[in-house]
Ligand binder design. Structure first.
Ligand SMILES: [Mg+2]
Length: 325
């Protein structure tokens, strides 16, 4: 998997980095573009206004910024970047003819990550930009590591907290029905006790992969949010379609035919699912929906297990229970 191979990730991403150069002198823009165009995307801007506009549009990975420009200086533009939530974290390197130590100090205090004096040499500009891009690469990789579970390679709870909220709000805007829910592996502690934790890990990976494939078919997503607990969501037309998707997920696990003799002689590993179908709206929070999904899961866990409990909420968030097994 590319995510866990740093060298492959570095090479794959090299061409994707975008460097924005903002300088009022065309010759400087041409020189900077010639240094980087073979390895990175280069966006050139001739003044601060254009620079701000394009930065918002392309969200560059790093900005090389001249200080002395007519109308608006690089220092003024830097202050604007820092005040904008989308642009505040983009690293900026000042490239300037100003030689005073005070100017350099001012640039760094404004939040620039580096300061290069004109006339610059190709090698120094290239080396410094590459150093900062390497830092960005490592930061991005760390963020990815922080958002994925290393055992199952599924996105983790932190990623759930980001993505589920995004999906909730986009469905709310489009008035699209969604299903949010929890999948829990049945008798998993007994499995670990009987077969050992290594075998338990293999089972978790198989279950994660199987349900991920099923949910991806329906444009859904799944996250590992606890030991043997997975959160998920998917868009859906109606409760009948939701029931079919959930039943398919349930069946896909028993189809794996993994023996679970700690439960009984002919028993197989299974999962239980609690879920809520809802058109996301501002009168209820996603946390409340997940709490109701958890209550549905609890009902299944206290009865047959290896089953689904789906709760359908109407436009007024009133509950119309519909159970399938
Ligand atoms: Mg200038």
């Amino acid at each position: 998997m590319q995510l866990f191979n740093m060298e492959e990730g570095r090479r794959a991403n090299e061409q994707n980095y975008t460097i924005m150069c903002i300088d009022d002198e065309s010759v400087n823009l041409k020189v900077l573009a010639s240094i980087f165009k073979d390895h990175y995307n280069v966006v050139a801007c001739k003044n601060a206004k254009q620079g701000f506009h394009h930065a918002l549009k392309v969200k560059p990975d790093i900005i090389l910024l001249d200080v002395l420009m007519p109308e608006e200086s690089g220092f003024e533009l830097m202050e604007k970047f820092k005040q904008h939530p989308v642009l505040a974290d983009i690293p900026v390197i000042f490239i300037t003819g100003l030689q005073d130590v005070e100017d350099e100090e001012k640039g760094l205090l404004l939040g620039a990550c580096d300061y290069i004096h004109k006339p610059f040499t190709y090698g120094i500009v290239r080396a410094r930009v590459n150093t900062h891009l390497e830092i960005i690469r490592q930061r991005n990789l760390l963020q990815k590591f922080a958002l994925f579970d290393s055992l199952t390679e599924l996105p983790n709870r932190r990623k759930w907290q980001q993505d589920s909220v995004d999906s909730w709000f986009s469905a709310q805007q489009e008035h699209s029905p969604m299903v949010f829910g929890i999948i829990d592996v049945d008798h998993f502690k007994k499995y670990n006790d009987h077969y050992g934790h290594q075998s338990g890990d293999v089972v978790l990976r198989k279950i994660a992969n199987t349900i991920k494939r099923k949910l991806y078919e329906f444009n859904g997503a799944i996250f590992r949010c606890g030991g043997e607990e997975f959160y998920f969501y998917f868009p859906v037309e109606d409760a009948c379609a939701a029931s079919i998707v959930l039943a398919t997920c349930l069946q896909s696990i028993t189809d794996l035919a993994i023996p679970h003799q700690a439960v009984g002689a002919n028993c197989l590993v299974s999962v239980s699912i609690g879920a809520v179908q809802i058109i996301p709206n501002e009168n209820i929070a996603l946390e409340q929906v997940m709490k109701q999904a958890d209550e549905r899961l609890y009902i299944v866990k206290n009865s047959t297990r290896n089953a689904v409990s789906l709760l359908e909420l109407n436009q007024d968030n009133q509950q119309i229970p519909l159970d399938i097994s």
